[in-house]
Design a protein. Structure first.
Length: 249
């Protein structure tokens, strides 16, 4: 794993840049929480990032998924079936993870947007990385209780629907960090700007809900944003969410 791909956001909190998607490693003693797992094609990088931080896959106490798109769910079933790691999502995202339905940008929509800079290179990368691979889960689990989870980092799930129906961000109150998945990003290969923003509208299942969910992110006390796409953003997360709303209006 290349050294610059792993960014320490706080003690025991690392963001890892995969091929086009980030995942987060929360370490506490010898135990680990992994938040998101990249594309299926990122599996070797996921395992390498754990190793670089001094952990074997057997150290995983749990995997949390922000939402069940292939570039975040990619290795969840593998980690569950191979190492017995529990994988948790919001209850509204469970059928999505089981692929009872798929809320994902269609090939037709991508082709209609192909004139936009970055869209075709992103699409080619997504296909090569497993964007259309069947990564359905057999045993995804809901969060066991409301509030902080009994996992390394004590992350607090916050339901932020819009990108998908069961999308969640994870708040680390003691560290002042929000792990935002695709509800609030700081960049994307198909985006024209850098800094806090929503993904392009074609990626959202319900754009109005995605905009409304920014208010939930604004309410979280934090000064570091760890997005699913883009660089670590240091600064008021409240202001980051407000900027994203302004750009989308």
């Amino acid at each position: 794993m290349r050294e610059e791909a792993i960014v320490q956001a706080a003690e025991g909190v690392h963001l890892v840049h995969g091929s086009n998607t980030n995942w987060i490693v929360l370490s506490e003693g010898g135990a680990v929480t992994l938040i998101d797992t990249g594309y299926p094609g990122d599996r070797a990088e996921v395992l390498a990032s754990l190793k670089a931080l001094g952990h074997a896959p057997e150290a995983l106490a749990g995997v949390l998924i922000t939402h069940a798109h292939n570039d975040h769910l990619g290795s969840a079933e593998y980690l569950s079936s191979t190492y017995g790691v529990p994988v948790h999502l919001h209850e509204e995202e469970l059928p999505h993870a089981r692929r009872e339905f798929l809320h994902q940008v269609t090939v037709g929509r991508v082709l209609r947007e192909a004139w936009r800079p970055g869209v075709l290179p992103w699409a080619v990368h997504a296909l090569r990385s497993g964007g259309k691979t069947d990564v359905r889960m057999t045993r995804p689990a809901p969060f066991p209780a409301p509030g902080p989870l009994d996992l390394p980092g004590r992350p607090v799930p916050v339901h932020t629907p819009g990108h998908t129906a069961g999308h969640c961000v994870y708040h680390l109150p003691d560290a002042g960090i929000v792990i935002s998945g695709d509800a609030l990003v700081s960049g994307h290969p198909t985006a024209r700007t850098r800094g806090p923003q929503l993904l392009p509208a074609m990626f959202d299942t319900e754009r109005a809900a995605a905009l409304a969910s920014l208010a939930r992110i604004e309410s979280l006390a934090a000064d570091v944003l760890l997005p699913g796409h883009g660089a670590v953003h240091r600064g008021s997360v409240r202001e980051a969410a407000q900027r994203a709303r302004e750009l989308a209006s």
